[in-house]
Each structure stands twice: as C-alpha cells, then as structure tokens.
Design a protein around this ligand. Sequence first.
Ligand SMILES: Nc1ncnc2c1ncn2[C@@H]1O[C@H](COP(=O)(O)OP(=O)(O)OP(=O)(O)O)[C@@H](O)[C@H]1O
Ligand SMILES: [Mg+2]
Length: 226
Amino acid sequence: MIVVSGTDTDVGKTVVTAAIVAVLLQAGRRVAAYKPTQTGVGPDEPGDMAEVTRLTGVIGRDGVRLRAPMAPRPAASLEGAVLPSLTAHLSVIGALAEHHDHVVVEGAGGLLVELTEAGETLADLAAARPRSGVVVVARSGLGTLNHTMLTREALARRQIRSLGIVIGAWPEQPTVIEQTNRDYLGALPEGLLGAVPWGAPALAPAVFADESAAWLPGLLQRLGTP
Ligand SMILES: Nc1ncnc2c1ncn2[C@@H]1O[C@H](COP(=O)(O)OP(=O)(O)OP(=O)(O)O)[C@@H](O)[C@H]1O
Ligand SMILES: [Mg+2]
C-alpha cells in the first residue's frame, strides 16, 4: 500500500496520487486507488478519485463521502453519518490488493487528521498494514521545511516507512527560498522522490501519463518489485 499523505490540505496530494498511478501504469503494474474519507462533496459531485480517474483512467473508490468541506469527524457528525472503522478500510484495501500490484491511498488533509469514530488517523491505517509506505507531499515555499520535518517525525515515531517526499507544485521559475527548500529536502535520508511541475493538472491525460515518470524519477526504484 502506498499512502499519499501531505504536510497539509491543498498541497497537491490528489495530483501526486494521479502521478504515482500514472507512473505505475506505465511500468505495467496493476493499480487501484482509494480515498478513505472524501469530504466536501454532494452525492453526485466529483471528488479526488474522479480527478485521478480523469488524469489516469483508473477508477478510484471512496470509503465514505461527506458534504461538509472540513475534517472527516466534524463533517460526519454534521450529517449524522458514522465513519467507517479502520478495519472496514483495511478490508477494502485488502480486497483491492488481491487483484492489484499496488493500492494507492490518498489521505484527507495531513497525517494526523482523524478518519474514524475511534479517532484513528492515516498514520494508524499505514501502521496497520504490513509493507506500507507513505509519500509525503509538501509545498515548495516558505514554511514547508517545518511542516515536512513535523510529518517525518510523526512517521518515524510510529516506525512507519517514508517512501520519500514529493513537492506537489514546482514553479517554472523557483525563488531562492523554493530552490533551497528543494535542496534541503533532497538531502534528507529518504530524500525527494521528485516534484510535479506547476500546471500539471491542466495537461491532457496522455501528456500527463507520458511526463509523469520524469517528475517522479525515484519512485519505481524506491518501491522495488511488487
Ligand atoms: N502541480 C500543480 N500545478 C497547478 N495546480 C496544482 C498542482 N498541484 C495541485 N494543484 C491545484 O491545487 C489545488 C489543491 O491540489 P490537490 O487537490 O491535489 O490538493 P490535496 O492535497 O489533494 O487537497 P485535499 O486535502 O483536499 O485532498 C487543486 O486545485 C489543484 O488543481
Ligand atoms: Mg486531495
């Protein structure tokens, strides 16, 4: 299981999820995508998995869909919904893993956002499944070093494997701050898997697929054989 988390909401997790799916498809792997909790959508409104489908063709699944654009627990309580348990998510992921080489799971917000009624987080989900790794999606600009280091520390404390960091939106003309951030993140032990260029979501899906491997040059080697 490849868990796509991030330093925050809106950092580009969905686009990075799509890029990871695209790289794996190009490598001939069978890939499934899953979003345990999708908030901020009405019953027929597209969520993050619809964006992954648009960019890659892979049809992603949602564990639960909630209307309010907020963290899952308050969003569920606003509409009187009960969030699926960690066991329920693990069984969906287990079923997907039977027929796919990789299950790519996109979190909601950052790593420690509560996903279940019992208050379990994406970190708990990652820790509960053997051979899981977490990709940390980070912003490029000021503040990202602290947020990234906090997320890494939370992973290390739980002995969850970090597969590496991905910058969600890398500008064409980076500032000195962005370039030094990238250099710093790249020098960490797990390092940078890559960066998705700014504007990638607007690319035609065929171009997105063709270019994705160049954005995440470290991914396939880091994952090894399925
Ligand atoms: N590389 C990029 N270039 C341009 N826009 C981007 C890029 N990556 C993400 N965006 C845009 O930024 C916004 C947030 O990105 P995205 O939805 O991937 O974030 P997220 O981390 O998945 O958020 P959430 O926590 O809601 O799941 C979207 O409108 C998306 O299209
Ligand atoms: Mg998203």
